[in-house]
Design a binder for this molecule. Structure first.
Ligand code: ADP
Ligand code: MG
Length: 279
């Protein structure tokens, strides 16, 4: 006998893997990575929710979400006014939904300062069974309370890094923050990996920064690098992930490769967790 739709949907509820895309610097490729990674994961059959935590809302517009369809936002989720799946809006990509951001998020920082459990708001909203395999958080370009909420909520952080002069300093600042969050709020937090973005092979500085970053962070730096590619910057104005806008472009291909590297790493982590739990 076929099960009822309600029972069927209850069956697929699970605690998703929670990943934050974070770097306190703006313009390093966080949103581009969030959108295209989420799309690549959805394309290989994962059910993905992208939560836009940046008041600028680039992940929402980049996925073609129109203001008129927004009922609730990540602001409402943060303040416990709705469940995360109630705020989720379907995108043109099958299996990919997004919780849009809201302009109210720019005031959330101040509102949170006096709120109870201010660091745990997002954790409380996201640590529960949901109809998704992955929830990806696109963070704002600072280490404010919104980013802190994301780091306290997630299992792992993914850091997009542009190969520029002060890249390594910025990265150590972020890793120190992750360390502090781990000590004070979220013992299970780790850095999933660092992805080099806007990579330009012909640039000497790129090679130098890559050497330094790989020297310091070793295997934590993904083998896949994301090249500078104009298709990645054009796609958002069509409300489409680059992977849908032009799948053959070098940028799209790099994100598809990155997604498979991440899945591989995820499988290793799962094995490690199972071994720890069995011990
Ligand atoms: N690999 C890339 N090649 C070319 N342009 C890129 C690439 N990654 C991002 N961009 C562009 O750079 C700008 C900043 O990227 P974005 O992902 O919005 O960064 P962030 O979210 O860190 O602020 C955007 O205009 C984006 O389209
Ligand atoms: Mg962004």
């Amino acid at each position: 006998m076929a099960s009822s739709p309600v029972l069927a949907s209850q069956k697929v509820m699970k605690q998703p893997r929670l990943l934050a895309i974070a770097n306190q610097k703006g313009g390093v490729g966080k949103t581009t990575t969030a959108i295209n990674l989420a799309t690549a994961l959805a394309a290989i059959g994962q059910r993905v929710l992208l939560v836009d935590l940046d008041p600028q809302g680039n992940a929402s517009t980049g996925l073609g979400v129109r203001r008129s369809v927004i009922r609730s936002s990540s602001y409402d989720v943060l303040f416990g006014d709705c469940e995360v799946y109630e705020a989720a809006v379907a995108t043109k990509v099958p299996r990919l939904s997004v919780v849009p951001s809201s302009i109210h998020l720019s005031g959330a920082e101040i509102e949170l300062v006096t709120a109870q459990d201010r660091e745990y708001r997002l954790r409380q909203a996201l640590r529960k069974p949901m109809p998704y395999d992955y929830v990806i958080l696109d963070c704002p370009p600072s280490l404010n309370l919104l980013t802190l909420n994301a780091l306290v909520a997630v299992d792992s952080v993914l850091v997009p890094l542009q190969c520029e002069f002060y890249a390594l300093e910025g990265l150590s600042h972020l890793t120190k923050t992750v360390e502090r969050v781990r000590r004070s709020f979220n013992a299970g937090l780790d850095i999933h990996g660092v992805v080099l973005t806007m990579y330009d092979q012909r640039n000497n500085l790129t090679a130098q920064v890559e050497n330094d970053v790989r020297g310091h962070f070793g295997d934590k730096v993904y083998k896949t690098v994301i090249p500078r590619n104009v298709r990645l910057s054009e796609a958002p104005s069509f409300g489409l992930p680059a992977i849908v806008y032009d799948m053959k472009s070098s940028g799209s291909q790099a994100y598809i490769k990155l997604a498979s590297e991440i899945i591989k790493r995820e499988k290793q982590y799962k094995k490690q967790r199972a071994a720890i739990n069995a011990a």
